[in-house]
Design a protein around this ligand. Structure first.
Ligand SMILES: *Cc1c(COP(=O)(O)O)cnc(C)c1O
Length: 430
């Protein structure tokens, strides 16, 4: 299996090269050359497979022969060492809880899978690899935890000062070892721009090997297919078609769901639920994709003004707007609506959602208003404790710290403050 660049100006590469490069030399995102659907009876009998077996079946064609079967199965087992519960919040509305991993956000799976692949590829190498990543909140922590102590890999994380939650900041600034945090005076888009510039800067790339760990990296992106299959497995016997609502920022998660659908997973419809950063909802109304400056919200992991993975979605559907509309709806919600929803779900169902999950729930409800014979899943992408400052005043209740959070919350933050690309460059080259 080879991957090509969506800018079509770079050589096709193996899974290994796609993971190590992160992004193609022509700045395009990598995309698999072919997608072969799995046998129909695999999905018909999916309840007979364990999560690890399902994950292996979904990902094996993309990894190809770059990781042998035995090692790939070990990587999967190690990656998926926690639960993915599906909770019925109200009739036919389910929360898929993706926050039971070490940093309590769904990005743990992609980050752990990618770290283990890189560690496998790096086994016999003497050269160091630097993972350079921009975070709007959760990526940083997941990448820090996933890569902690991985030999031959240095991790540099850029995050926007004052724009991530306290728990998120602790998770990415307190681990030490091979993990370094840079606090940027600016927005997430500024962080992402600096990272992109560094990848293009030969004075840096001649001296060190850089890779990304954002969802542009295929090893972070593709494992997110698993969630959709894990949920489907549990809902299949209800005999209603399944709609997924994904709180979306960079659109990696939802795009992975569309890949799972290409593999044959029966998904009736996708909803991309966003906060007021509404580039995609606008696109779905007008057919024009116009990047906007990102706006700060309480669901900060989705404060993205130019979602990097949307181009992959367009590619899956051959840039056919009508076809995209057939499979995807997208709605935008304000912070006010999000808070009201956190409170109403808590009051009506005694269930606490985080701001991202609440946006997902809102998207699902809006869609199901017109199509009520379906069952719906919204992704609960982070544990509410990661957004304490928002949630506690809304529901007027204290949230207990889970074990994963207790371990970092009192540790000392270590980060270097930077405010320009020049400073990032000096940091990398020193
Ligand atoms: C990253 C993140 C999202 C957005 O996911 P994308 O794949 O970038 O669309 C949503 N919720 C939480 C909690 C996140 O950390």
């Amino acid at each position: 299996m080879k991957f090509y660049s969506l800018n079509h100006q770079a050589p096709n590469v193996s899974f290994q090269e796609a993971v190590v490069n992160g992004i193609a030399p022509d700045r395009g995102l990598y995309f698999p050359e072919s997608i072969s659907a799995l046998p129909v009876d695999f999905f018909q009998n999916i309840e007979n497979y364990s999560n690890n077996e399902i994950a292996y079946e979904l990902i094996k064609q993309f990894v190809g022969d770059k990781i042998p079967e035995k090692e790939l199965k070990e990587i999967i087992e190690d990656t998926l060492s926690f639960d993915f519960p599906l909770v019925e919040v109200e009739k036919d509305i389910f929360s898929l809880e993706l926050f039971h991993g070490p940093t309590m956000a769904f990005k743990d799976v992609g980050a752990r899978f990618m770290a283990r692949c890189l560690s496998y590829f790096n086994k016999n190498k003497t050269t160091e690899l630097t993972v350079l990543v921009a975070t709007s909140g959760d990526t940083g922590g997941a990448v820090a935890s996933g890569f902690l102590g991985v030999k031959g890999v240095q991790v540099v994380i850029l995050y926007p000062s004052g724009k991530v939650s306290k728990v998120q900041e602790k998770q990415l600034t307190t681990l030490g070892q091979n993990i370094k945090a840079l606090e940027v005076t600016g927005t997430f888009d500024d962080c992402q721009d600096m990272v992109k510039t560094a990848f293009l800067d030969h004075e840096i790339t001649d001296k060190m090997q850089l890779t990304s760990a954002n969802s542009i990296n295929v090893a972070r992106w593709l494992p997110q297919m698993f969630y959709f299959a894990f949920a489907y497995k549990q809902l299949k016997n209800n005999s209603k078609e399944v709609v997924f609502s994904i709180p979306s920022g960079n659109f990696g998660n939802i795009c992975a769901g569309m890949m799972a659908q290409q593999l044959g997973l029966p998904i009736y419809h996708f909803i991309a639920a966003t906060n007021v950063n509404r580039v995609v909802p606008n696109f779905m109304q007008t057919g024009n994709y116009i990047p906007l400056k990102s706006i700060q919200t309480i669901s900060n992991a989705m404060d993205v003004g130019n979602p990097s993975n949307f181009i992959r979605i367009q590619n899956i559907f051959n840039n056919d707007f009508e076809k995209i509309k057939e499979h995807l709806s997208s709605y935008s919600f304000t912070d006010e609506e999000t808070k009201e929803t956190i409170l109403s779900i808590f009051k009506n169902s005694n269930y606490i959602t985080d701001p991202h999950g609440a946006v997902g729930y809102l998207g699902l409800k809006k869609y199901l208003k017109n199509d009520s014979d379906k069952q719906g899943v919204f992704f609960e992408t982070a544990h509410p404790v990661k957004f304490l400052d928002v949630i506690e005043p809304v529901i007027d209740k204290k949230i207990d710290f889970p074990e994963q959070i207790k371990q970092v919350i009192n540790k000392k933050k270590e980060a270097s403050l930077i405010d320009s690309y020049k400073q990032l460059k000096e940091f990398l080259l020193k």
